[in-house]
Design a binder for this molecule. Structure first.
Ligand SMILES: Nc1ncnc2c1ncn2[C@@H]1O[C@H](COP(=O)(O)OP(=O)(O)O[C@H]2O[C@H](CO)[C@@H](O)[C@H](O)[C@H]2O)[C@@H](O)[C@H]1O
Length: 547
């Protein structure tokens, strides 16, 4: 059975400016110059503006229809930012939510069965802003209650390997122009384990389309028993080579994505380094370290889209701007009422999180009593692992009026919590990038977070938030104590809030490294393996044919 997934990206250069720089008039986000050697621009294979590429962005979540976590947000905002320069289309399963929400789906293609993977229709829908989304219509696989990965009880779907093999195979088939859509991509952009097999199918079928594979979260690898090989249409040689199996001998969708894609990215520079080490590598650190040595692993930090603006966000009860602290306070009172908290002048801490081991909720449970005794209150929204849900509900029962918990998933409520809180608690054990801390900063809530992955890259300690170094309660409490001290020093607190709200992580800047990466990957393919060892390897194995 494939495990449930959530996914995350880093950069050739930081995509963000520091809050201090952001406060300086006229400053602009700078990127290090591209490290890629100048390459001649090849004319776009299928037309379009000079330099524009046809990109098929393949994902298992899209916030427009269904969002489990950060991948849903990135899938919605990154392709839109890329569309300024490229012809980008999305491919995703036609989940129940898609079929219910979207009536205007045109059937544009059919894909046959392969091994145990059933046939499906390809539907095409166009979002109000013009974004084209191809959806795979296969009711037996995708139209279910529950979320993309799990049933209503939180159990991973028992046929997840077939469901996401269907998605992956469709991506490879569209890349090869098999369904005759009148559009085929120059490059596939794959995201997390549900799309990993696509890179394999491309290679095994000899399709000449390069792929970029983005790791949003290495902890979810999509494993299934090796006896499923034939059912998934994986050649025996792939298992013999070791490219497809994890250390326990199971087929790993994520490893296939890493092994067969042209280039691997993850969602922050720090996480890109961390995953090459055993501590964070989830058993794939050696493979990732060799990708890094080949120059085929990079970190490109996520951005956030323009909807995250407290001045205009329609989800908020009270819109507010930087320095409109009265407006911000109205949101705080609103949240207190929403969670049934007592009237208070103390700081309000928020947790907006998937409730999983990664997020370090155990540390927040351990810190809660001290926070309440010091005059703070905590509001929590989240859904996930049952023991964590129970621990948080117990906490609310212990501290009525001071701690409020909502076990659930609600976009509006989450946005109101970023707007209403003074601090965001985010003691993640690891964090590929993290969007919540960026949203919180934009809404004037200072994150208190573990110095790891994207948290280390997007929070300026003592300027836009607070970082702690050791994943233990003592280190976490020291950061929380610093937050209390700042809260009680009004001028400093407001200055930090202003700096946090000025932090810029907009996608229109964060997207630039992807433009360079797509060009690099395509150039390597066009030059048919002259310089790239991996391409040479494919050529030598006759698994790669140059354009
Ligand atoms: N109960 C709830 N109700 C409403 N909204 C909720 C919610 N719980 C969480 N959310 C929302 O879900 C998103 C979470 O995104 P994150 O990037 O912070 O973490 P996640 O682990 O899901 O993402 C993974 O993928 C992203 C994308 O690359 C990486 O940034 C990250 O490090 C990686 O773990 C945010 O939009 C947040 O507001």
């Amino acid at each position: 059975m494939v495990h449930a997934a959530i996914s995350a990206f880093s950069s050739f250069s930081p995509a963000t400016t520091t809050a201090r720089e952001a406060l300086e008039p006229g400053s602009s986000v700078q990127f290090e110059p591209s490290s890629f050697a100048p390459q001649p621009e090849r004319p776009v294979a299928h037309g379009g503006a000079a330099g524009a590429k046809r990109i098929l962005f393949v994902t298992s979540e899209l916030a427009d229809f269904v969002k489990v976590g950060g991948l849903g947000d990135v899938s919605s905002s990154l392709p839109r930012a890329l569309a300024e320069n490229h012809d980008v289309r999305l491919l995703m399963p036609a989940y129940r939510e898609v079929m219910e929400l979207e009536r205007d789906i045109e059937i544009v293609g059919h894909l046959p069965s392969h091994a145990d993977i059933p046939p499906c229709e390809i539907g095409k829908l166009t979002c109000p802003d013009g974004m084209v989304v191809y959806v795979l219509i296969c009711p037996e696989l995708f139209e279910r209650e529950g979320n993309p990965y799990c049933d209503e009880l939180g159990e991973g779907w028992s046929d997840n390997e077939i469901r996401f093999a269907r998605l992956s195979l469709a991506a490879a088939e569209i890349a090869a122009d098999e369904p005759g859509l009148g559009w085929a991509p120059d490059l596939l952009h794959l995201n997390d384990w549900p799309t990993g097999l696509a890179a394999g199918y491309l290679t095994w079928r000899g399709h000449e389309v390069p792929s970029v594979f983005t790791i949003h979260n290495l902890a979810y690898q999509g494993e299934c028993d090796s006896t499923r090989r034939e059912a998934l249409g994986i050649p025996a040689a792939a298992l013999e080579s070791g490219d497809a199996l994890d250390s326990a001998g199971r087929i790993s969708f994520l490893k296939i994505g890493l092994a067969y894609s042209s280039h691997v990215t993850t969602v922050s520079a720090t996480y890109a380094r961390e995953i090459t080490k055993p501590e964070y590598g989830c058993g794939l650190d050696n493979l990732l370290a060799s990708r890094a040595e080949e120059g085929r692993l990079s970190g490109i930090p996520n951005g956030i889209d323009d909807s995250w603006d407290p001045r205009i966000d329609p989800h908020l009860e009270f819109n507010f701007a930087m320095s409109d602290w009265r407006g911000k306070r109205e949101n705080t009172q609103f949240i207190r009422r929403m969670f049934g908290l007592a009237v208070s002048n103390g700081p309000l801490f928020a947790v907006v999180s998937r409730l999983v081991h990664q997020k370090g909720l155990d540390l927040t449970v351990a810190a809660a009593e001290s926070i309440v005794r010091a005059g703070g209150q905590i509001v929590i929204i989240g859904r996930g692992e049952r023991p964590i849900e129970t621990a948080l509900c117990n906490l609310a029962a212990r501290f009525p009026g001071a701690i409020g918990v909502n076990i659930g998933f609600d976009e509006s409520e989450a946005r109101c919590m970023y707007a209403g809180s003074d601090f965001l608690l985010m003691p993640s054990r690891f964090e590929p990038c993290g969007l919540s801390q960026m949203y919180a900063q934009r809404f004037g809530s200072l994150p208190i977070a573990h110095r790891t992955g994207g948290l280390a890259d997007t929070i300026e300690d003592g300027v836009t938030g607070f970082l702690f170094d050791e994943m233990n309660i003592e280190s976490y409490m020291r950061a929380i104590d610093r937050a209390f001290a700042v809260f009680n020093s009004t001028d400093l607190f407001y200055a930090m809030r202003r700096a946090a709200m000025a932090s810029r992580y907009q996608w229109r800047e964060a997207v630039k490294p992807y433009h360079r990466l797509y060009q690099k990957v395509l150039n390597q393919y066009w030059q048919a393996g002259v310089e790239n060892p991996s391409v040479r390897r494919y050529a030598a194995n006759q698994r790669y044919v140059a354009y």
